[in-house]
Ligand binder design. Structure first.
Ligand code: SDX
Length: 428
């Protein structure tokens, strides 16, 4: 295969180097395109064919349903590692030694408390404020209490900032949950590990000592691992482009939280449960909703179905679907939405509309069913996604800054009015 791509424009030929990734993906390096062609640019809404960067963090093959973090298959990591171990791997590039993991967990624990004044900000929100809005706002507010920006060239400075971010976001998340319930905030407690601390801050009632349900903790740990990173998805690209202006880590993560909130992205896990409940409330006629999803005149989409990259099963959905049965059985939870979800999947995967468009269940289709079985309310599903994705956002932000990537600033094709003279009122 040649190592060059040739583009012909108005009879002129231009050559551009082909670059290959370690998994034999090929990209055309178009860095000089505009300069050599006198201003020609590419146009690719949604960046469906455009690579924004070179990255060594996550590899996924949408056709084969492959997902690996730093070369390790997601299936192995979900089975053999815990969330903090996988977070360390994704951020720093290697699985931690026992010593490194103990130091990582200890340093994170040292930062889990929030400044008491953060409560004043929280008090300013109405009780029914969506937790994702609170999470994005308070994550941005962390900058006010940690004004010193990260010196990207100082490894220890970056390490401490990473541990601080990993530590404080779950506390903000748990406080957002307590705010929604009108309950007093629980504080992080060093007796609990990372996952148990999230659960105890969310579920401890004032007059009791929280006891961890190991099944719940293990299921949550597993779910968060499956959300850790996913190459250049919408929210990660947001974190990278905000960070490319050298905005701080908290500000970049706050922007990523907002991007994740959208129902086409991380907000889909909440939308899936709401859709399944709507189907049940409507009498359980799955075919009716499949037809609505296929009807171009109906804005309804099958939430939790389809994916920009996976044109085969989302490997994460497969793992979550398997554990859904086990978790619900172990917790002795009867979740009618699981039965409807399986029926919906079966009907959709036998329908040419979905098969022709390669629309399969994605990570959000089954995750909400497990979150709810763990006692997590629907409004907090996307917050849990954000906690899971946090290490990936941090890893991608760190990689972008260490590689000294340029500020992100896409071009456009102008299709507006050409030059025209100002009109006085009489002429308008
Ligand atoms: C996540 O990017 C990531 O990696 C994201 C994520 C991650 O880990 O970060 O994996 C997490 O965001 C998963 C996706 C969660 N979102 C949903 O479940 C929302 C429902 N899904 C769709 O909105 C849609 O599938 C997207 C947004 C996920 C993908 O949209 P694309 O790639 O822009 O595809 P498209 O909208 O161009 O759809 C192609 C065709 C269209 O039909 P035609 O115009 O060809 O006739 O498929 C149809 C679409 O109408 N289609 C759907 C559909 N998804 C796509 N039709 C009905 N129901 C759907 N869910």
């Amino acid at each position: 295969m040649s190592d060059k791509a040739t583009l012909e424009i108005n009879g002129e030929k231009y050559e551009f180097p082909l670059v290959k990734g370690t998994e034999n993906e090929t990209a055309i390096n178009l860095k000089s395109l505009r300069a050599v062609t006198g201003g020609v640019i590419t146009l690719d809404p949604g960046y469906k064919n455009t690579g924004s960067c070179e990255s060594a963090i996550t590899f996924l093959d949408g056709e084969k349903g492959v997902l690996r973090y730093r070369g390790y298959p997601i299936e192995e990591l979900a089975e053999k590692a815990n969330f903090l171990e996988v977070s360390y791997l994704v951020i720093f590039g290697e699985l931690p030694t026992k010593k490194e993991l103990i130091k990582f967990e200890k340093t994170i624990k040292s930062y889990t408390m929030l400044n008491e004044e953060m409560k004043d900000i929280l008090d300013g929100f109405p009780k029914n404020a969506h937790p994702m809005g609170i999470l994005s706002s308070l994550t941005g507010a962390l900058t006010a209490f940690n004004p010193k920006s990260v010196d990207i060239n100082n490894e220890e400075d970056v390490y401490q900032a990473i541990c601080k971010t990993m530590a404080k976001i779950p506390t903000i998340a748990a406080w957002a949950h307590s705010k929604n319930l009108g309950k007093p905030m629980n504080y992080p407690h060093d007796d609990f590990d990372f996952i148990e601390n999230i659960l105890q801050m969310m579920f401890t009632n004032r007059n009791e000592r929280y006891t961890t349900n190991k099944v719940v903790a293990e299921a949550l740990d597993n779910l968060l691992i499956l959300h850790v990173d996913h190459e250049q998805n919408c929210s990660t690209s947001t974190v990278r482009i905000v960070g490319s202006s050298h905005a701080g880590l908290f500000a970049s993560i706050s922007a990523g939280v907002s991007a994740l909130w959208g129902p086409l992205h991380g907000g889909a896990n909440q939308a899936v449960i709401e859709m399944l409940e709507e189907i049940i409330a409507d009498g359980g006629d799955v075919e009716k909703f499949i037809n609505k999803a296929k009807d171009k005149n109906d804005p309804f989409r099958l939430m939790g179905f389809g994916h920009r990259v996976y044109k085969n099963f989302d490997p994460r959905a497969l793992i979550i679907k398997k554990s859904a049965d086990a978790v619900l059985k172990e917790l002795d939870v009867n979740e009618p939405t699981l039965k409807v979800a399986k029926h919906l999947e079966e009907v959709a995967l036998n329908d040419p509309y979905f098969v022709d468009r390669k629309l399969f269940p994605n990570v959000d289709f089954y995750s909400g069913i497990i979150y709810r079985a763990l006692g997590i309310p629907v409004e907090m599903f996307t917050v849990m996604f954000a906690i899971g994705r946090l290490p990936g956002w941090i890893a991608q932000w760190r990689e972008m800054r260490l590689r000294k990537e340029p500020i992100g600033r896409p071009r456009q094709l102008y299709i507006g009015e050409t030059k025209r003279a100002f009109k006085t009122f009489e002429k308008r």
